[in-house]
Design a protein around this ligand. Structure first.
Ligand SMILES: *Cc1c(COP(=O)(O)O)cnc(C)c1O
Length: 400
């Protein structure tokens, strides 16, 4: 029996490899940043990084590192407790209030990751007589969270408002007590922004609640970096907002849910990833307090991020590349063929540009791409160097 188990594991791994889906991790030997040291072809090389979620370039920000160190000196290293036993410091509450205040909610609740926030949000709030109406391209953590909840499930075609309306009608016909529409604020494979204005209008029409996971937007999208609800002019209509500290907000780790005080209080009592998992470390919280200072004062960083995105987009288009249209600093370079996309990413690494190719099943068949992500920390020279490398490699493999 055990032998058969291990044979099956081997067969599955071979299968993953045969399909070209094996993920191999590359080791970095420097802080995360616009330029990093990686081990490539037998040597450490400095390469330009265009695939981190480090939108504002805060992952190696000195003020954040200093704040983390100072907090560790004062509060020590670990909490060794869940929040409700002896794992809540004044810093935990301070950060929760900071997040809620920044995003315009009554309160927020921290999790070890946004994955846990999404995994734990639905089950305490909804019952079998309720309905969740979820975008088909929502993040895996939302899909898993929905699975853990007994509510009726409806899925609408990505950003298809006709289908959303159809599913809302279905849910109504099925007698749903509460309807909750759930969407990512930004769909990260395309860099497309959810049609939150239209979603909220439908939510009004069908008396539904709205939840947005704004992991790829908080800190830089919308006025003041307040995210896609602000970008779409519906910040006061979104009932529940989830997000991560692991992307633009410093890139450390941790997730959160913003909602009314009562909803947050119920989650503190019932959300399983919160109740049964360790509290965030003080160093992380100290750095997060600093992060919000920088974000509140962050128009300069945000302008630089979008300037970089405009510069990259304009030059890549001029060079003849096929880019998905958009306004988000995720800029997918469309390749089509999966093998060609991974060849291109490998060739770019030889040119000291680190990017990642995405193919089926992460994106539809035939729509393989290299997903580039801009960073406020990139200089004009670095953006230009990346475009030059793309142009050289694109010509070499006959793409442009
Ligand atoms: C990255 C991401 C998450 C997961 O965030 P973590 O804090 O890293 O767990 C959840 N939802 C979306 C939309 C994301 O992009």
């Amino acid at each position: 029996m055990r032998e058969e188990f291990y044979a099956r594991i081997n067969a599955t791994l071979e299968d993953i490899r045969d399909q070209g889906l094996e993920k191999v991790e590359r080791e970095i030997k420097s802080p995360q940043g616009p330029e990093i040291s990686v081990f490539h072809k037998g040597e450490h090389r400095r390469v330009l990084n265009f695939c981190a979620n480090n939108y504002l370039g805060l992952a190696d920000n000195k003020a954040l590192v200093d704040a983390a160190k100072a907090t560790m000196d004062e509060y020590g290293y670990g909490m060794a407790s869940v929040r409700f036993i002896c794992g809540t410091t004044d810093l935990h509450r301070r950060v929760e209030k900071e997040i809620a205040d920044f995003l315009g909610y009554e309160d927020s609740i921290l999790f070890a990751a946004c994955f846990d926030a999404n995994g734990g949000v639905f089950e305490p709030l909804l019952r079998a007589e309720d309905a969740i109406i979820s975008d088909a391209l929502n993040h895996a953590s939302i899909i898993d969270g929905v699975r853990l909840c007994k509510a009726m499930r409806y899925r609408f075609v990505n950003s298809d408002m006709d289908d959303l309306e159809k599913q809302l009608k279905h849910a109504g016909a099925d007698g749903a007590r509460t309807k909750l529409i759930v969407t990512d604020g930004v769909f990260s494979m395309d860099g497309y922004i959810a049609k939150l204005d239209k979603i909220c209008a439908l939510a009004d029409k069908y008396d539904a609640l709205v939840m947005v996971d704004d992991a790829h937007a908080t800190g830089f999208m919308g006025a003041g970096g307040k995210g896609t609800p602000t970008h779409c002019g519906v910040a006061d209509r979104v009932d529940i907002l989830t997000g991560t500290l692991g992307k633009a907000l410093g890139g450390g780790m941790g997730g959160y849910i913003c909602a009314t005080e009562k909803v947050v209080h119920l989650l503190r009592n019932r959300a399983r990833p919160y109740l049964f998992s360790n509290a965030l470390t003080p160093a992380l919280l100290g750095a997060t307090v600093k992060t919000f200072e920088l974000i509140r004062d962050g128009d300069g960083l945000r302008q630089q991020l979008f300037r970089n995105a405009d510069r990259f987009r304009a030059q890549m288009e001029k060079a003849g590349f096929d880019l998905l249209p958009g306004e988000h600093p995720i800029i997918p370079v469309m390749i089509g063929d999966a093998k060609k996309a991974s060849e291109m990413a490998a060739a770019l690494m030889d040119e000291d540009v680190y990017v990642t190719a995405f193919s089926f099943p992460v994106v539809p068949k035939g729509l393989a791409r290299i997903r580039t992500q801009m960073c406020a920390g990139h200089s004009d020279e670095q953006v230009d160097r990346a475009v030059a490398a793309f142009t050289k490699v694109g010509k070499d493999i006959g793409l442009i």
